[in-house]
Write a protein that binds this ligand. Structure first.
Ligand code: ADE
Length: 249
């Protein structure tokens, strides 16, 4: 199965492209698509850029130009649920667009013409991701990371949770009011990010299986930006690389 690895983290992409057997590099629409083999699987690896439009463009290109049969999306997210701590991992179930509002024509959050306000991740993809991530956490997790970085972010034993994710074209913090609105209106949402629901909608329309995997980098509050680049470089990109490796094997 030809699988796309789509990431919102350039650093993770670099880690993967350095290890994969690249057969071809193609530039389309300001992205570079790396085709080749990683962990014995046929893959196309690409940096999605940030935001829903960028993610939808990239997912559509992967499906229509490269013929991928499945998309794995990885990146970071801001935790909304009080149960989530920095370093925890969320595997997508339902993906909402928290900035979708065509009311009064359709109810707020409903995706026009889909008669639904969310897209569901296929159950088999959820199970597979959840099980391999549980193994990753349980098997000597910390040896993959610089000890001082885990300490800096207070990560000891992260948890993996399957749950709902909301995407929108906004880096969410306390001040904007978006965080509280999501808590009120979409109470099952665990975390927020900027791409997942767009990828899910494209995959839904093309009938392609997908899963979104998000590492919690912040609590979507007023500290959300603190140490963000450092977390991505030294923690999140390593998580994603290891998870992708295990998912493909
Ligand atoms: N990705 C990581 N943290 C985020 C946040 N607080 N809002 C949106 N996307 C994010």
């Amino acid at each position: 199965m030809k699988t796309a690895i789509m990431s919102a983290m350039y650093e993770e992409l670099n880690r993967i492209t350095k290890q994969m057997n690249i057969s071809r590099k193609t530039k389309i629409g300001n992205r570079t698509y790396y085709e080749g083999e990683f962990c014995g699987q046929e893959v196309v690896v690409v940096f999605s850029h940030w935001g829903k439009v960028a993610a939808a463009l990239t997912a559509t290109t992967l499906i229509t130009r490269f013929g991928v049969e499945k998309i794995i999306f990885t990146g970071v997210a801001g935790g909304i649920s009080p149960d989530l701590r920095i370093g925890d991992i969320v595997v997508s179930r339902n993906l909402y667009q928290h900035d979708m509002d065509s009311s009064p024509i359709f109810p707020r959050y409903e995706i026009p013409l889909l008669k639904n306000n969310h897209i569901e991740t296929p159950e088999t993809e959820i199970d597979k991701a959840f099980n391999i991530i549980k193994d990753f956490i349980n098997e000597d997790f910390s040896r993959n990371f610089p000890a001082e970085e885990l300490e800096r972010f207070h990560i000891t034993k992260p948890q993996v949770i399957v749950g709902d994710i909301a995407s929108g074209d906004e880096f969410v913090s306390e001040t904007s009011g978006t965080r509280q609105r999501i808590i009120n209106d979409l109470p099952t949402v665990l975390c927020v990010e900027m791409e997942g629901a767009a990828v899910a909608q494209v995959c839904h329309d093309f009938d392609i299986p997908f899963v979104v995997i998000r590492i919690i980098s912040d609590s979507a509050n007023d500290d959300a930006h603190i140490d963000f680049p450092r977390f991505i470089e030294n923690i999140a990109s390593i998580y994603s690389e290891k998870i992708v490796e295990k998912l493909l094997f």
